[in-house]
Design a binder for this molecule. Structure first.
Ligand SMILES: CC(C)(COP(=O)(O)OP(=O)(O)OC[C@H]1O[C@@H](n2cnc3c(N)ncnc32)[C@H](O)[C@@H]1OP(=O)(O)O)[C@@H](O)C(=O)NCCC(=O)NCCS
Length: 147
């Protein structure tokens, strides 16, 4: 596929069906449609999509509380991976939260591609949450990035 246009935009509720399809394809323990929809009601939620030639290729969800930002979900459709799109979504969150002091996230300890992505954006491992994930059961790495 020839890529002519890449855009990062705010998500709206009309995007949720497409986002849900990516979510279930990317995770063994996916968010439900209603969890995704609830996100629009949460104060401090940032929900961006990445469009490739007007098609939703991925999304990121972060929550801002005072000067802390928690990245709680990020996914790129398999066919659009390794094109820098995950990075563009992280950059969009960082740009939208210029006053933030700290960014945090959890990641499965064997999710090497995600860990690499976060390290590229200066996240560092600061701890482990034992059995944080289910299906399959796995420890979660806690990573933070200071601004
Ligand atoms: C993790 C994920 C979002 C990365 O998205 P992406 O668009 O492919 O990432 P990018 O192309 O922006 O890659 C940025 C960096 O991440 C690293 N990276 C990404 N995919 C990688 C892979 N398969 N192997 C090794 N490094 C990888 C590289 O360092 C890359 O930088 P480089 O291209 O300069 O080497 C994507 O793989 C995904 O959606 N995975 C399934 C869902 C998921 O696991 N989400 C994270 C939950 S915590």
């Amino acid at each position: 596929m020839e890529i002519n246009k890449i855009e990062i935009k705010k998500c709206d509720e009309y995007d949720i069906e497409n986002i849900f399809i990516i979510e279930v394809n990317c995770f063994d323990d996916p968010w439900t449609m209603s969890m995704l929809l609830e996100e629009f009601k949460i104060d401090g939620s940032l929900f961006f999509k990445c469009l490739v030639n007007n098609i939703i290729a991925g999304y990121i969800i972060a929550r801002v509380v005072f000067d802390e930002v928690d990245i709680i979900n990020i996914a790129i459709s398999e066919k659009f991976r390794k094109l820098g799109l995950g990075g563009k979504l992280i950059e969009a969150v960082i740009k939208a939260t210029k006053n933030a002091k700290i960014y945090s996230l959890e990641v499965r300890e064997t999710n090497y591609s995600a860990i690499k992505l976060y390290e590229k954006y200066d996240f560092e491992r600061i701890g482990v949450r034992k059995n944080y994930y289910t299906n399959p059961k796995e420890d979660g790495l806690i990573m933070i990035r200071r601004n």
